[in-house]
Design a protein around this ligand. Structure first.
Ligand code: ADP
Ligand code: MG
Length: 320
């Protein structure tokens, strides 16, 4: 049967073999041994064709991204990933497609020590659901609700790259090849900031990953913490290509609300700011300090002269 042959040939040994997996793919359920004394973080994300990736995305890109968006959620919790399961819905049992998809998934899983331990394979419109479990020391998970007035706000890397990549992928904009490479890479091959998230345990007061744009996701963090913030527009890190076509993209609104960047946004109490700035230099992924948490609710974006610019809040909403 095609379904079982696909599972056997492509999904039975994906990722890093882990010695805490007692039973992986093949039984009714996976059996794993959680690390004694640690907490488990569980995350799940679905990618739907045409919504989360354009038709032009390669199967290897889709395999990478389906895992990457989940690892990004674990990064935002400060967790270390361990085991993944995969729900794959395919229009037809296309072996070439599945082989390339599995390769994209496998390469990223190995990079982060993740083993695929189970899943489900069904027929229907293309959609990919991945669940990942990871460990975090007790009480040390990074949450959204810990930001306090006076905390500094940081991001781990540049914003708007994936949004520009999507415009390029959809043919809504063109750029010379050298400038197009980075935004397309950010769209199709996001790099989960796992090392960064783990290093922020005990330093950050709150964290979130930027999947729906900074305005929306920082907005969630601020709402969960019951605070507001001021963001300095000129401090926002941008990719060279985003900076080059900022006007064409419609100005600051674009990098602030474009989704899919998968950087972390986090807040840090004043006494940890110096330590965080050292980390940013060490990480070298282009992060920056972008603003500060305030008592007054709402998010104020100000330019170099201190003028507050009105921004539309909304990030991507599926039921809007
Ligand atoms: P069941 O009928 O018991 O749900 P399945 O036929 O769905 O079993 O799956 C058989 C085995 O293959 C299970 O161990 C399941 O976890 C695994 N599996 C199915 N699809 C996938 C997939 N896409 N990726 C990884 N493992 C899978
Ligand atoms: Mg099943």
């Amino acid at each position: 049967m095609a379904e079982f042959a696909l599972i056997r040939d492509y999904f039975s040994t994906l990722g890093s073999p882990r010695d805490d997996v007692i039973l992986g793919v093949g039984d009714d359920g996976a059996l794993v041994r959680p690390r004694p004394g640690q907490e488990l973080v569980l995350v799940l994300d679905t990618l739907v064709a045409g919504v989360h990736f354009p038709g032009s995305a390669s199967p290897a890109d889709i395999g990478h991204k389906a895992l990457a968006v989940n690892l990004s959620d674990l990064a935002a919790m400060g967790a270390e990933p361990a085991w993944a399961t995969l729900g794959l819905t395919l229009p037809k049992p296309d072996r070439d497609w599945v082989r390339a998809f599995a390769q994209g998934f496998d390469a990223l899983a190995r990079q982060h020590g993740v083993q695929l331990v189970g899943g489900d394979t069904t027929r229907g419109p293309l959609s990919v659901t991945v669940q990942v479990a990871g460990h975090v020391p007790p009480g040390q998970a990074l949450r959204r609700d810990g930001a306090r007035p006076g905390d500094a706000i940081f991001v781990t890397g540049p914003l708007g790259g994936a949004g520009l990549g999507l415009k390029l992928a959809l043919g809504e904009l063109t750029l010379p090849r050298a400038l197009a490479r980075e935004p397309l890479r950010r769209l199709h091959r996001p790099e989960p900031r796992l090392r960064e998230g783990q290093a922020l345990r005990g330093l950050a007061s709150a964290a979130i990953d930027i999947s729906d744009g900074l305005l929306a996701d920082l907005g969630h963090l601020l709402a969960a913490s019951g605070v507001g913030a001021r963001v300095r527009l000129e401090a926002l890190p941008l990719d060279e290509s985003v900076r080059a076509c900022l006007a064409e993209l419609g100005g600051w609104q674009a990098p602030l609300s474009a989704g899919d960047d998968y950087e972390l946004c986090f807040t840090v109490p004043p006494e940890q700011v110096a330590a965080c700035e050292r980390l940013l230099t060490e990480w070298a992924c282009g992060g920056a300090r972008i603003g500060s948490v305030e008592r007054e609710s709402g998010l104020r974006c100000e330019d170099a002269r201190g003028r507050v610019h009105p921004m539309q809040q909304g990030g991507y909403e599926h039921f809007a």
